[in-house]
Ligand binder design. Structure first.
Ligand SMILES: *Cc1c(COP(=O)(O)O)cnc(C)c1O
Length: 367
């Protein structure tokens, strides 16, 4: 079965095998060596000199950790939203008592940094900007460098969901002055689900010292003091740590610049392939993501049928649209362990399945 969804992704055999390793004492020397090695490698891949923590959680837990460690109830927050995951980040802040202003952009378009500047100018009481690096629901990569530069002009904290972008698309955390950035193991990292990785800047630590949102499991102070002893506050998902160690070895061997270049080639191949099948991209091509391609569902195409035929007859799993995009788009995940040959397979299968789901090139609807 070929899994081409935007996480979880297929795993190389070295990563799968790493998960068969026997358990160790998470308060022992062996684990300390493991977490210290992982943390050093992640810092290099985040391109940060500040702290990086590994949380046993899916990405959303990491997003919650970002919020509760930096904000207090009543804080004003600007959430820049251009898709489902931007809305989720805003929802989390709201649940914990932040006063959230949502600056929305049409789904399929990128966030306009100028509009962010205008919103910040209008409301000086805003403390933090919530941004999504790569909006997985619409297949859009935002211009995070410009969003951050704008937020920093106004001296705001920049909190980033980079769950499906970091490690696959260029994102130098320190150079872009990003305060807290979260990603998750099952996206571009060639690792199984179960870990969120988060960086914390000096400015974020200052905010953390004042932050009063309730937190217990997610506490960066505890993360830091335990990491000094080579531990995590709570029992870590050991098997996923083993797997991540194996996948980071592979990423290190390939080199971050090569990994990013590979995702750029694969993204380009996916967009080209979709267009040559006679389909249209959902997002504006100028901001189309290199880790996930969202395809507009044309008239006549029964997308549910398409995904079913691919899954049941062609052994290929693609994703549908989320929430209001259900039935409007389908998505091809191409992050992590993926190359151009995998995209060729996807396009070949699509070419076979599309007519069975009512779409033929040229736009006619077939029987
Ligand atoms: C996948 C994803 C999430 C959610 O991560 P989970 O691991 O499912 O909790 C959040 N934001 C973005 C951008 C994602 O791609």
């Amino acid at each position: 079965m070929q899994l081409r969804i935007p996480g979880p992704t297929p795993l190389p055999s070295q990563v799968l095998e790493a998960m068969t390793r026997q358990m160790i004492n998470h308060r022992g020397k062996g684990f300390a060596e493991l977490i210290n090695d992982l943390t050093a490698k992640l810092k290099a891949l985040f391109q940060t000199k500040d702290d990086v923590f590994i949380l046993t959680s899916s990405g959303t837990g990491g997003m919650e950790a970002v919020i509760v460690n930096t904000l207090s109830p009543g804080d004003r927050v600007l959430a820049v939203c251009n898709g489902f995951f931007g809305e989720r980040f805003a929802d989390i802040a709201e649940v914990f008592g932040a006063e959230v202003e949502r600056l929305r952009f049409e789904w399929g378009t990128a966030v306009d940094p100028q509009a962010v500047g205008q919103a910040l100018k209008k409301d000086p009481s805003i403390k933090a900007v919530l941004a999504t690096h790569n909006e997985t629901s619409t297949g859009v990569t935002n211009d995070l460098a410009s969003i951050s530069a704008t937020a920093k002009e106004f001296d705001k904290l920049v909190l980033v969901d980079a769950i499906s972008g970091l490690g696959s698309i260029e994102l130098p955390v320190d150079a872009w002055h990003l305060d807290v950035v979260v990603t998750a193991s099952q996206k571009g990292w060639m690792a199984p689900p179960g870990l969120a990785m988060v960086s914390v800047s000096q400015e974020a630590w200052q905010a953390h010292a004042q932050a009063k949102m309730p937190r217990y499991y997610w506490d960066f102070t505890k993360c830091k003091s335990f990491l000094e002893r080579g531990q995590t506050p709570w029992t870590p998902g050991l098997s996923t740590f083993y797997a991540l160690a194996a996948s980071l070895d592979l990423i290190e061997q390939e080199g971050l610049a090569n990994v990013i270049a590979r995702h750029a080639r694969v993204g380009q191949a996916a967009r080209q392939g979709v267009k040559s099948l006679g389909l249209a991209l959902f997002p504006e091509e100028s901001c189309a993501s290199n880790t996930v391609t969202a395809v507009r569902v044309p008239d006549g195409l029964d997308v549910k049928k398409l995904l079913q035929v691919l899954r049941e007859e062609r052994n290929l799993v693609l994703s549908g649209g989320q929430q209001r995009l259900e039935g409007q788009i389908f998505r091809i995940g191409h992050l992590g362990w993926v190359n151009e040959a995998d995209i060729e397979v996807v396009m070949r299968e699509l070419e076979i399945a599309l007519p069975q789901a009512g779409f033929t090139r040229g736009g006619q609807v077939s029987g």
